[in-house]
Design a binder for this molecule. Structure first.
Ligand code: Q46
Ligand code: ZN
Ligand code: ZN
Length: 304
């Protein structure tokens, strides 16, 4: 296998593009894919203040490197979830990455700031750990962005993440989620920062390869609370399809974004008001995060 650009020995094959690359040209290829995504979806420009959600995993650290290399100034924010050694290690990888490159990493500890962690949230509510975790990340990252004057919140979801989420939403015909499944969610007057996903053209194995080629150390272990995560099971199935039909995931996701998404976006937007407890935007009286915090931050036995 030879590099498509320089004909030297290839380090990675990208079957859906019918191409192979050496390390150097693979890096260039990934940079081009991300820059193209930013431009095609008009995500942001160099005047915007960007805040990236950083987990210590390959996707967010690779994206931080890519955006920095493309010339964007991006600060990171790490949310300490309280999932034992996994969280401690993840935070450390984020810190080391930021220190080595002289980048700004903001840190929020869920337990210190809100009085609960993800295991407590999962134990005290009917939500799965991943549902409580996703809700907490969305809430805290948006709050940090607004407080810090960042107008764009950047997330490291890759092609595999988005294709699997789309599959899940289609399988359950979750119209509300389908309406919101887009790589750019515009900011609202009610207090939601613009949210963008510049990695959606890059597959999971490619962010891993990028991290290895660039010498980025990241958390390799799986989150111990991911057990039974439906999205992970869907990813396995989609990978099996991708094996047989290279490009399947990209066609599925981008076909939806081009032709399906506008249909689901036609309905009226939900009206957002301020949460009566914290003031964050919500569709009800009290936002879902405050409800979760109310249950999870209490000692066991209370508030059940
Ligand atoms: S960290 Fe959180 Fe993931 Fe762990 S609890 Fe689930 S969502 S699996 S990206
Ligand atoms: Zn090459
Ligand atoms: Zn609230």
């Amino acid at each position: 296998m030879r590099c498509r650009v320089c004909r030297s020995r290839a380090a990675i094959e990208v079957r859906r593009h019918n191409a192979a690359f050496c390390g150097e040209h693979f890096v260039e290829h990934i940079h081009r894919q991300v820059q193209r995504t930013i431009e095609d979806f008009e995500m942001f420009n160099s005047d915007d203040r960007l805040l990236l959600g950083v987990s210590g995993g390959k996707d967010s650290l690779a994206l931080w490197e890519i955006l920095t290399e493309l010339g964007y100034r991006v600060d990171g924010v790490n949310l300490e979830l309280g999932i034992g050694a996994y969280s401690v290690d993840s935070t450390n990888y984020s810190r080391v990455f930021a220190d080595q490159r002289d980048l700004t990493l903001l840190e929020v500890d869920l337990q210190d700031e809100f009085g609960f962690d993800i295991p407590a949230a999962a134990a005290s509510s009917s939500r799965t750990a991943c549902s409580a975790c996703g809700l907490s990340k969305r809430y805290v990252l948006n709050s940090v962005a607004r407080r810090g004057g960042y107008n764009v919140l950047v997330m490291g979801h890759n092609l595999d993440d988005e294709a699997a989420t789309l599959f899940s939403n289609v399988a359950s015909w979750n119209i509300d989620y389908l309406a919101r499944q887009h790589p750019v969610l515009v900011e609202t007057d009610a207090g939601l920062a613009r949210k963008v996903k510049p990695l959606i053209r890059v597959a999971e194995r490619e962010t891993a390869a990028y991290a290895v080629i660039r010498g980025i150390d990241y958390e390799i272990d799986e989150c111990p609370m991911a057990n039974g995560n439906t999205i992970n099971r869907i990813k396995e199935q989609l990978n099996a399809m991708e094996q047989q039909r290279p490009g399947f995931k990209q066609r599925f996701l981008f076909g939806f974004l081009e032709r399906g998404s506008p249909i689901f976006n036609e309905g009226p937007r939900p009206v957002l008001t301020a949460c009566s407890v914290c003031g964050s935007p919500t569709t009800g009286d009290v936002c879902a995060f405050c409800k979760l915090q109310d249950r999870a931050a209490k000692p066991t036995g209370e508030g059940q």
